[in-house]
Design a protein around this ligand. Structure first.
Ligand SMILES: Cc1ncc(COP(=O)(O)O)c(C=O)c1O
Length: 389
């Protein structure tokens, strides 16, 4: 990677605090922000509804869709833009045809994005959710998935990497297991896309949701959902309107056809400029180079876990093996309630994220973080461990 100090200057937040919270939201690089602001002003000043502007901005999202699709290894027709990762889960959840008693497997480490839609479906439509226990040992996770599948299981919906501990799941093996038993698979890539490349076909996913505003460093309010081509008839659009149809006669006939692609999941006026901004962020990351990004994420997370493990009283919850590890590192400190430790770090300028369910804190290390920042966070935690709560 080119000079890391030069890269860091593209992220003004890094001179203001020790930002270890990309897992919540990633800052967009300053060159991306500037280009986006320029685009927005150009759009505004030209009149957002002026035909020269309106159509052009809408059109400008097509190359972004094509780029993103290529990056994910799928066809552009299989991707719909959304506003976040949760939208994608909802599109699939409400689009499939459910029968009372159908079962959906979720894991015990899910973000509300991946459990609330299914709980709501359970209450409204009578499906059943079953919680599968995850383990840092992939063999245990697979065995637990296998045990949970019954004749009524229709879908497994897991995070690709979990929000709580950053555990990266053995998705290809899980998909194989599910498909062998006729179970569909959906993954949520909110915590994977951008800290490493994701090839959706390699995950075996039938459906995959993601966002642009975490590790991909795109503007807030960007996301997409992948619905495999041959499954698009089974995922019916729940929210429809202008833009989701290819043919629409009105008022005489009422004949209408949805787009024969994932475009049918999009409708109405969209924040096109920020979707274009997501494309700028993808350019920025491509220019840095994915092998370099992935290598730094791996190196910094490994260093952080090593530093944390050396502190008396710390238990590192995130996996250390390279296949299961990500740039998210969660830990507990004996005797310390998470809120108090969160405040102690914040007081010294280190921004983390509480994981209340585990009385833990989560630290995210992206490529723009440094060894010094890892040491700074570890030193504060070591001081807290010594002092006691
Ligand atoms: C695994 C996971 N899925 C989904 C989300 C929510 O993302 P969004 O707000 O883009 O829907 C998060 C956010 O923290 C997450 O960690």
């Amino acid at each position: 990677m080119r000079d890391i100090e030069a890269v860091r200057r593209d992220f003004p937040v890094l001179s203001r605090c020790t930002y270890l919270n990309t897992g919540t939201l990633g800052p967009s690089p300053e060159p991306v922000n500037r280009k986006l602001v320029d685009l927005y002003l150009e759009w505004e000043h030209g009149g957002p509804g002026h035909p020269d502007n309106y159509g052009r901005m809408h059109e400008a999202t097509n190359p972004v869709r094509a780029r993103l699709a290529a990056w994910l290894g799928v066809a552009p027709e299989e991707l719909a833009f959304t506003a976040n990762a949760t939208d994608g889960v909802d599109i699939v959840a409400w689009g499939l045809d459910w029968r009372e008693g159908d079962e959906v497997l979720i894991s015990d480490q899910e973000h509300p994005a991946v459990f609330v839609p299914w709980l709501w479906l359970a209450r409204r439509l009578g499906i059943k959710t079953k919680v599968v226990k995850l383990s840092n040992d992939p063999r245990v996770t697979l065995a637990n998935v296998e045990r949970a599948i019954t004749a009524r299981t229709r879908l497994l919906a897991f995070s690709h990497a979990t929000s709580m501990t950053g555990l990266r799941l053995p998705v290809a093996d899980i998909s194989r297991l599910c498909h062998d038993r006729g179970v569909l698979v959906m993954y949520d890539g909110a915590q994977t896309c951008g800290q490493f490349r994701v090839n959706i076909p390699a995950t075996g996913a039938d459906f995959y949701s993601l966002n642009g505003h975490k590790w991909m460093l795109g503007p807030v309010g960007t996301g997409a959902v992948y619905v495999r081509r041959d499954l698009q008839d089974r995922v019916r659009p729940s929210w429809v309107g202008g833009g989701s149809t290819s043919v629409c006669d009105y008022p005489e006939v009422g004949r209408f056809e949805f787009h024969d692609s994932a475009l049918k999941y999009e409708f109405a006026t969209r924040p096109w400029h920020i979707l274009v901004g997501w494309g700028y962020a993808l350019d920025y990351l491509d220019n840095l180079g994915w092998p370099e990004i992935e290598a730094r994420v791996r190196k910094l997370a490994a260093l952080l876990k090593e530093r944390l493990a050396a502190i008396p009283g710390v238990e590192v919850l995130s996996p250390t093996d390279p296949d299961g590890a990500t740039g998210l590192s969660s830990f507990t400190l004996a005797g310390w309630p998470f809120e108090k430790l969160y405040e102690a770090l914040k007081k010294d300028g280190v921004i983390s994220r509480p994981v209340a369910e585990l009385n833990a804190l989560r630290l995210s290390t992206h490529f723009y973080n440094t060894e010094e920042e890892v040491d700074r966070a570890a030193a504060i935690i070591a001081k807290a461990a010594k002092a006691g709560a």
